[in-house]
Design a protein around this ligand. Structure first.
Ligand SMILES: Nc1ncnc2c1ncn2[C@@H]1O[C@H](COP(=O)(O)OP(=O)(O)OP(=O)(O)O)[C@@H](O)[C@H]1O
Ligand SMILES: [Mg+2]
Length: 324
């Protein structure tokens, strides 16, 4: 596949083979071309060159409908379910052959038979709005399976999940691949997930294949080296400037809970000196938003202290304290 956006070559002659029953991970840094590749496969983009070959036959995929008809489905990072509908209603409305008048009795029978046979268990009658993120992602996957997908493409499916939820879902998917019922192509940034669940990996870097292989022969460091293009990672990062100013902001053992009451930030301590820029890095969903919300007075901390200019800081959104 080759795909250009103006003068940018987002994909440069990329080839990838997904074996039957494989759990294949697609890795790469931000902007490497991972989403562009799978969007070309699903028919969301038209590649400038290249093709999707299924079982030795080249296929014209002009849109997600064509992909579905060939048994290829996609699960996105963010949910696409209708929150006000139940799980069963969400599964039904996704069908392309849905009639104008729905025979709910028949539909429910069909669904019960379908779910009996699935490792993913969810309450069909539950409204989606009340489900936890992990359950919603299960419904997204079930929806694709209900549409008879045998090739499932997932674009960072665990970024909004806790590690426990992610492990459960990826474990169930692997069960299905091992049983030969499904082939999975999963985009992720999390090396841990690749090492724990994938059979094979393809690594993209700046639109090109930077490496590939079977996971038995690769360790997390090998994957990281392919992603960034070096042979060795020089960690930990060095401090390049020396902050000599006073401590302006200090966090001590800060703990924060998210909206669901789960621990989002656990025991974080750091200092920001005058004239210093401190970066906080983390894959989306690791508590950085909750941390900033506490600093902005939009969320309460559950433990720890914050000091600004040496004084205790306890802003609320109604009375934010703004002192430099
Ligand atoms: N619709 C578009 N128009 C123009 N440029 C685009 C478009 N979509 C993607 N790009 C560019 O193509 C490159 C590859 O983007 P892509 O989204 O495929 O990366 P990615 O590997 O999925 O990254 P991330 O991990 O951040 O999701 C990037 O430089 C991006 O800015
Ligand atoms: Mg992407």
């Amino acid at each position: 596949m080759t795909k250009r956006f103006g003068s940018l070559v987002a994909l440069d002659d990329v080839s990838l083979t997904l074996e039957p029953g494989a759990f294949h991970a697609l890795l790469g840094e931000n902007g490497a071309g991972k989403s562009t590749l799978v969007k070309c496969v699903i028919g969301y983009y038209t590649p400038d060159r290249g093709a999707v070959v299924l079982g030795n036959v080249g296929r014209a995929i002009r849109g997600p409908r064509d992909a579905h008809a060939l048994g290829i489905g996609m699960v996105y990072q963010h949910f696409t379910l209708v929150p006000s509908m139940t799980v069963a209603e969400n599964l039904s409305v996704a069908r392309s052959d849905l009639r104008m008048v729905i025979d709910w009795a028949a539909e429910h029978r069909r669904m019960r038979d379908f779910i009996k046979d699935m490792p993913f268990k969810v309450d069909l009658t539950a409204p989606v709005s009340g489900l936890a993120a992990g359950e919603k992602q299960k419904v997204e996957i079930l929806k694709q399976l209900y549409l008879d997908c045998r090739i499932l493409i997932l674009d960072e499916p665990t970024s909004v999940l806790t590690p426990g939820e992610a492990d459960e879902i990826l474990g169930l998917l692997r069960e299905m691949t091992r049983a030969g019922r499904l082939s999975v192509l999963m985009i992720t940034h999390k090396l841990r997930e690749v090492v724990a669940f994938a059979d094979e990996v393809t690594v993209l870097r700046r639109g090109q294949v930077a490496g590939r292989g079977r996971m038995e022969t690769l360790a997390a460091q090998d994957l990281a080296a392919m992603m960034i293009g070096g042979t060795e990672i020089t960690a930990p990062a060095q401090r390049i400037g020396q902050a000599t100013g006073q401590v302006r902001l200090r966090l001590d053992g800060l703990c924060v809970e998210n909206d669901k009451g789960h621990t989002a930030v656990k025991n974080v301590s750091l200092e920001v000196h005058a004239g210093e820029i401190v970066g906080i890095a983390g894959v989306s969903g690791n508590g950085q938003t909750d941390l900033v919300e506490v600093l902005a007075g939009q969320r309460e901390r559950s433990a720890g202290t914050i000091t600004v200019h040496g004084e205790p800081y306890s802003a609320t959104s109604a009375t934010p304290v703004c002192r430099g």
